[in-house]
Ligand binder design. Structure first.
Ligand SMILES: Cc1ncc(COP(=O)(O)O)c(C=O)c1O
Length: 429
């Protein structure tokens, strides 16, 4: 334990010193935002050339698609190929949609709620399953949990480990109850831990026995090329693993260029097994006469292909890696190692977040204390279903947006607040 061996007097003097440090920061009246994983201005600039008219040109794609007009509900062939290459699936199974993968996840769930997962007579719409449940690896992404909560699922948390969610627990839950309809997963550089699911975990998710024949894995590969090291981590493709296990319709994959080009103005895609692809596309064709193909066109021309995306992501990494390093540097200076007893943290090799873990019962207090000193953090609890972290210990840190000096100040304040909380707890016995 970090303060082991210190007597009361020493603890009091440490507390006084930390409080003084905090007051010095408070006097600076800082306003630092580490709440959401947004690219910073320098990152957005990387894609600025895409706004140039030449990337759209006449609006006719190289394969001859007229992107100026209605049509092609599944997106233009070049964009489907590009997104398919990023998601590791053939273009023929990819639907390129609008500007948001979250939107596609929402619509896919809504479709399953209204019609079931296929056109089969035997399929029951999920909305007709009164006690429907969805498995939520924790800590996880608040917006995933919010979608399934809004659609009336009971959210079933399972722990996530550095090699992926606890598959033993998932197998038990999924095999014993046919009202368990699916699971969320962010397989690479997960939100908020940065964990990369192991191939073993992926194989087991693909092949496990599920009581519900319409069990679906919502595989949000949002950070598939968002590496901070030299190359994206290699990972078994879930779709291939599902096909190999005889469950070709089990997974629906999602991704977007939100954090490759422009959040809110990128291109999003889903990929599914042959039947699910056809089924979803038939519903999408009632929703829209086609996506924004001009945006798809300029993305394809700007990014070219997967190799082009990887090169582009190297430039992103060069901007945000020092920010992640700044967080970890401050933590190591303040606490030594993550095994110090009062704060643990992840040291991701990609993605947009670092997940910090305080002592149980401290996260809300630390977040409030930081806010009081001008550092805004994602609310404690948001990493868990219903916004309730039963351990009150997880805090998501998003270092991409502020500059390095701001991050250093914010993380120092955060560290001081963690220490003050720990010292107060010790002194209170
Ligand atoms: C895991 C995850 N999925 C999806 C999104 C949003 O993606 P999009 O902009 O494509 O809707 C985010 C944004 O932070 C995210 O962290």
């Amino acid at each position: 334990m970090y303060y082991d061996g210190l007597d009361r007097k020493e603890l009091e003097s440490r507390l006084k010193a930390e409080r003084e440090r905090l007051e010095n920061f408070r006097a600076k009246k800082l306003d630092l935002d580490m709440t959401r994983g947004k690219p910073c201005g320098e990152q957005l600039k990387l894609s600025e050339p895409m706004l140039d008219f030449r990337y759209v040109g006449s609006g006719i794609s190289d394969s001859g698609t007229d992107c100026r007009n209605y049509g092609l509900a599944a997106g233009i062939p070049e964009a489907r190929k590009l997104m398919g290459d990023l998601l590791g699936v053939p273009a023929s199974n990819v639907i390129c949609g609008g500007n948001s993968s979250l939107n596609m996840m929402y619509d896919t769930l809504a479709t399953f709620m209204l019609y079931g997962v296929s056109d089969s007579e035997s399929d029951v719409p999920w909305s007709a399953v009164g006690n429907r449940k969805f498995i939520c690896p924790v800590p996880g992404y608040d917006r995933h949990f919010a979608i399934t909560e809004q659609m009336g699922f009971t959210l079933v948390p399972v722990d996530i480990n550095p090699d992926g969610p606890d598959v033993d627990a998932i197998e038990k839950i999924a095999s014993s109850d046919d009202s368990v309809k699916g699971i969320w997963g962010v397989p690479k550089y997960s939100n908020p831990t940065g964990y990369v699911f192991s191939n073993e975990c992926i194989k087991r998710l693909a092949s496990m026995k599920c009581a519900a024949s319409d069990f679906r894995i919502f595989w949000d590969d949002a950070y598939t090329v968002h590496f901070l090291k030299d190359e994206p981590a290699e990972q078994l493709n879930l779709m291939d693993a599902c096909a190999a296990a005889g469950n070709p319709e089990r997974a629906v994959l999602f991704g977007s260029t939100s954090k490759i080009t422009f959040p809110g103005a990128g291109i999003a895609a889903l990929a599914a097994g042959d039947n699910t692809y056809k089924f979803l596309l038939s519903r999408i064709m009632k929703q829209t006469i086609g996506p924004d193909k001009l945006n798809q066109l300029r993305h394809v021309r700007f990014l070219s292909d997967k190799a082009g995306v990887v090169e582009h992501m190297k430039r992103h990494a060069a901007i945000i890696k020092p920010k992640f390093e700044a967080v970890i540097d401050i933590f190591r200076k303040e606490f030594g190692s993550p095994g110090n007893g009062i704060l643990r943290w992840t040291e991701p090799e990609g993605g947009y977040f670092i997940c910090a873990r305080t002592q149980n019962g401290s996260a809300k207090k630390v977040v409030a204390a930081c806010s009081d000193c001008g550092v805004r953090l994602t609310p404690a609890g948001s990493t868990h279903p219903y916004g309730i972290d039963p351990t009150d210990s997880y805090i998501r840190l998003a270092p991409s947006f502020p500059d390095v000096d701001q991050i250093r100040a914010a993380v120092e304040i955060f560290s001081i607040c963690v220490k003050i909380d720990a010292l107060e707890k010790l002194l209170a016995g």
